[in-house]
Design a protein around this ligand. Structure first.
Ligand code: GAR
Length: 205
């Protein structure tokens, strides 16, 4: 690595509050071993793109709709990441399941934040608000968030960090989602980004 910092790409699909937490952590010095070099959204309308532009971070829209099949869509993602020599890929509310072709290319270099304590409420079909709906339907009293490495099994890679959050009487999926973000995701995602960036820069010295 020519640079001393890991080059980070953040992949997003929606509001981008987790992206914002990473940006803020970079500014405050919580993240010091890595730097966001690129934000990619599969959704052209994602507000996350505005957050990146505000910080003069390069943005790309790579949408499945513009490709004949999922393989070609992943080829475009891989090309964009390799061209820029990205060291660490952070899935921050990226609502696309990636195949082994993609995950195998960047083994131990992709991390994801998931809004539950894995192995509860995870895997295919569990994303966004649905995760919190399922947690409330089950009646769990404690939920939380997990940051993990991404492999070919949805939400199945090695766990990096977890943080528990209490479910409160009268919670709606929206209220619970907000609490899990504030008390867990926005803390453990930047902390994990720093941890893995530091490991990458150490390895490449
Ligand atoms: C977050 O809660 C994230 O954990 C979740 O989507 C939300 C995105 O919010 N991701 C998943 O469910 C992935 N399986 P954001 O765009 O404001 O960061």
């Amino acid at each position: 690595m020519a640079d001393t910092k890991a080059k980070i790409a953040v992949l997003v699909s929606g509001g981008g509050t987790n992206l914002q937490a990473i940006i803020d952590a970079q500014k405050s010095g919580i993240i010091k071993s890595g730097e966001i070099a690129l934000v990619i959204s599969n959704n052209p309308g994602a507000y996350a793109l505005e957050r990146a532009k505000k910080e003069s971070i390069e943005t790309l829209v790579i949408s499945k709709r513009d490709y004949e099949n999922a393989g070609l869509f992943e080829d475009a993602l891989i090309a964009a990441l390799e061209e820029r020599k990205i060291d660490l890929i952070v899935l921050a509310g990226f609502m696309v399941i990636l195949s082994e072709k993609f995950t195998g290319r960047f083994r131990n270099r992709i991390i994801n934040v998931h809004p539950s304590l894995i192995p509860s409420f995870c895997g295919e079909g569990f994303y966004g608000l649905r995760v919190h709906e399922a947690a409330l339907a089950k009646g769990v009293k404690v939920t939380g968030a997990t940051v993990h490495f991404v492999n070919e099994i949805p939400d199945g890679g090695e766990i990096i960090m977890q943080k528990a959050v209490n479910v409160e009487e009268g919670d709606t999926p929206e209220i619970l989602q907000k609490r899990v973000m504030e008390q867990a995701e926005w803390i453990i995602l930047p902390a994990s980004v720093e941890k893995i960036s530091a490991q990458i820069t150490e390895e490449e010295k």
